[in-house]
Design a protein around this ligand. Structure first.
Ligand code: GUN
Length: 292
């Protein structure tokens, strides 16, 4: 049976180290990192995420601001708020919660955020920096995936990593991070031919395709590490259930290590967001950010 990768415990440890870094920044530099989160509309999942972000930001000793705007907010009003936050020197990180309502062009809003404050790592400048090996703010979920993989495997150099999914939020940036770790990276997706045989080559599988329980145990190379990014709400036996993109019951029999859903990658995302806020605040002030 696979070892369970405890993302909840790892994220807790990371948040403790971040809290330590924040208190050092306050004591030695008079700097309190601050994160502004913008939520447009009433999406229930987004409201939960935003509330959790605000709570954990305060818990590690940082400033937190929540801007809640109505669902019919215009693009120009949202851009005006982003511009105000860009200019506010107490704000070091800006996160605009996705998805945005239809009347707003998400790419336009994300690219209006000052890249130095782009703690989501979604701005084209940060995406470009990551893919050219330059210092960047990197998307939070991918960062969390690679931290967990390194915790299990140590050096990732030379291993075969298969990423299933090609989203801008997870698939593409996690592939870039793994490439930077010297993995041989394959990006597969829902339209890839013979996906099972591609996944069978993998020493490390990152499943981020958004299809409940798609990856089966007989796709997994014995002993491989499986990082499941999926969070899918399904109904089974009349009960609501949260499942990943991997069929946990069959994969855990074959894998060497596997993340559960929930409690695997999920808790890492906000912890990495807090770390990005420390990184952004440090960089803006010209201070070297502590390693985590
Ligand atoms: N919606 C779901 N995940 C994320 C995320 O990591 N960042 C933002 N901004 N929105 C999201």
């Amino acid at each position: 049976m696979a070892k369970l990768i405890d993302g909840k415990a790892f994220a807790e440890g990371l948040r403790k180290r971040i809290a330590g870094a924040v208190s050092t920044l306050k004591a030695e530099h008079g700097l309190t990192p601050g994160l502004a989160v913008v939520l447009v509309g009433e999406d229930p999942a987004s409201k939960v995420y935003v509330a959790n972000k605000a709570k954990q930001t305060v818990e590690v000793g940082m400033n937190s601001w929540e801007h809640k705007l109505p669902a019919d907010t215009s693009e120009s009003d949202l851009l005006a708020l982003v511009d105000k936050l860009n200019k506010d020197s107490s704000v070091h990180g800006i996160l605009v919660q996705m998805p945005l309502p239809k009347q707003i062009d998400s790419a336009k809003v994300l690219n209006a955020i000052d890249p130095a404050k782009d703690v989501d790592g979604f701005h084209v400048v940060n995406v470009g920096r990551l893919s050219t090996g330059q210092e960047a703010l990197v998307a939070c979920t991918p960062t969390g995936c690679v931290m967990l993989a390194k915790d299990v495997l140590g050096d990732l150099s030379g291993i075969n990593a298969v990423v299933i999914g090609r989203s801008n939020i997870v698939g593409k940036p996690v592939a870039q991070l793994l490439l930077a770790e010297n993995c041989t990276v394959t990006i597969a997706h829902s339209k890839s031919k013979d996906l099972p045989s591609i996944v069978r080559q993998a020493d490390l599988v990152i499943a981020a395709v958004g299809r409940p329980e798609m990856v089966k145990g007989d796709w997994i190379k014995p002993g491989a590490t499986v990082i499941d990014v999926g969070i899918n709400r399904i109904e089974r036996d009349g009960k609501a259930k949260l499942v990943g993109d991997c069929d946990f019951a069959s994969c855990e029999k074959v894998a060497g290590a596997i993340t559960p859903v929930p409690g695997g990658v999920g808790p890492m995302t906000i912890a990495c967001l807090l770390y990005n806020t420390v990184k952004a605040a440090s960089a803006i002030k010209g201070i070297k950010a502590p390693a985590m």
